[in-house]
Design a protein around this ligand. Structure first.
Ligand code: S3P
Length: 433
């Protein structure tokens, strides 16, 4: 797509539904005790991949094309069937890792694969602890990469200290723990998103959370089916928050955004940088705190991001590099080596994309430093088939002089209407194929 700088940013955007919650609503309801209706489910490539895998495991899902409502008929804790197909998780790490945990609990033979990007992402972080619990798992390249073959069942609970703060790892082990003999406790170096804990608890799972440890007991009674309305995704609100904060003439309202504090690291970073942000109409929806967010043009100052805020902003950190281009001084992101194993190596990708556009940015093994302010100019950008990098390129292009071309943007993974919403918000700019 071609992008030309916008003169003015004005819009009210109903951001797409939360991807993490949409996956979980499908997976957890698949093993619940009856039908559930998921309203405002995210209709994106990643979530469709989860639905297809569950259908292949015998779960009836009624989710017509372009429909925001999915009906899942839960099969109970032990009602999945062995799939006679390979389960294709496409580009979705959440699909693969959560299903690995779930399938480790079932005495079935399952094979999971994904696209070229997913087949290069680390799976040992889930395979190791699931094996420790007794699952039989084999995978490519020293049992580290998908495709993954699982023969589950006969698990024993474990106490696992995860070396990474990862909600995917935590969720996989908690799902397996429901099927294990004895309790399973997962401790993380810092708290990652807690949607699994919230949703499984609401469904009656025997789960307790304290500090950075979550414990699950074996499920002795069925999970209650949970109908819910999925709130907006703060990771999809993030491009707008950053665009408005950096643009000199901007005012945006983002409606119905999930502001669960395990996800609001970007709001803390924006506040530390002096951005004008206001949370309005704070309320609860689908067991999660939700708010409308008003964001305006802002004078930004640089900041340092490290430690506990990193997992709370992990998918938004590429956009923090763009904020750094509009802030006076050095903006530094550290403790974020996880960026290198996302849908692309996001440290390398951010440095390349913004570097081509005139940013002064250097990579570190676990993050980057941006020297601001910088005058960005249009360039030809490769989104590397990574939705977060595609959207970064588009937002940077809406702020830069000249024309930006974004290739391989992959926005359909989490935000199929992204280009449409950008064209609406970016007055005087140009978005064209
Ligand atoms: C997700 C967790 C995060 C995040 C991903 C979605 C989830 O990954 O980056 O986009 O839904 O649990 P990690 O758990 O690997 O950090």
């Amino acid at each position: 797509m071609r992008v030309i700088r916008a003169d003015r940013i004005r819009a009210t955007v109903e951001v797409p539904s939360d991807k993490s919650i949409s996956h979980r609503a499908l997976i957890f309801n698949a093993i619940a005790d009856g039908p559930a209706t998921i309203e405002r489910i995210l209709d994106s490539e990643d979530v469709r991949a989860t639905a297809r895998c569950l259908e292949a495991l015998g779960v009836p899902i009624d989710w017509p094309q372009d429909s925001p409502v999915a009906r899942v008929t839960g099969q109970g804790l032990h009602g999945l069937f062995e799939s006679d197909e390979i389960l294709d998780c496409a580009n979705s790490g959440t699909t693969m890792r959560l299903l690995m945990g779930l399938l480790a609990g079932h005495p079935l033979l399952s094979v999971l694969t994904g696209d070229e990007s997913l087949r290069q992402r680390p799976m040992a972080r889930v395979i190791g602890p699931l094996r420790q619990m007794g699952a039989h798992i084999h995978a490519r390249t020293g049992d580290t990469l998908a495709p993954v073959v699982i023969k589950g069942g006969g698990l024993t609970g474990t106490e696992y200290q995860s070396p990474v703060a990862s909600a995917q790892v935590k969720s996989a082990l908690l799902l397996a723990g429901l099927y294990a003999d004895g309790k399973t406790a997962v401790t993380e170096p810092a708290t990652s998103r807690d949607h699994t804990e919230r949703m499984l608890s609401a469904m009656g799972a025997p789960l307790t959370a304290g500090g950075t440890t979550v414990t699950v007991e074996p499920a002795t009674s069925p999970l209650h089916a949970l109908s819910l309305r999925v709130p907006g995704d703060i990771s999809s609100a993030a491009p707008w928050l950053v665009l408005a904060a950096c643009h000199p003439d901007a005012e945006l309202v983002l409606e119905g955004v999930n502001v669960n504090e395990t996800r609001t690291g970007l709001l803390d970073i924006l506040t530390a940088m002096g951005a004008s942000i206001e949370l309005m109409e704070e309320r609860m929806s689908g067991g999660e705190p939700v708010a409308d967010i008003l964001v305006r043009s802002s004078e930004l100052r640089s900041t340092s991001v490290s430690g506990g805020v990193v997992p709370r902003a992990i998918d938004e950190l590429p956009l923090v590099a763009l904020l750094g281009c509009f802030a006076e001084g050095e903006t530094v992101v550290r403790d974020a080596a996880e960026l290198r194993v996302k849908e692309s190596d996001r440290v390398e990708a951010v440095v390349e994309v913004l570097g081509r556009m005139g940013a002064r940015i250097t990579a570190h093994p676990d993050g980057f430093t941006v020297h601001g302010p910088a005058k960005l100019h249009g360039a030809r950008i490769d989104g590397r088939g990574d939705h977060r990098i595609g959207m970064l390129g588009a937002i940077a292009g809406s702020l830069a002089s000249g024309e930006t071309r974004v290739e391989n943007d992959a926005v359909g993974v989490s935000y199929p209407d992204f280009w449409h919403d950008l064209a609406q918000a970016a007055e005087g700019g140009m978005i064209s194929a």
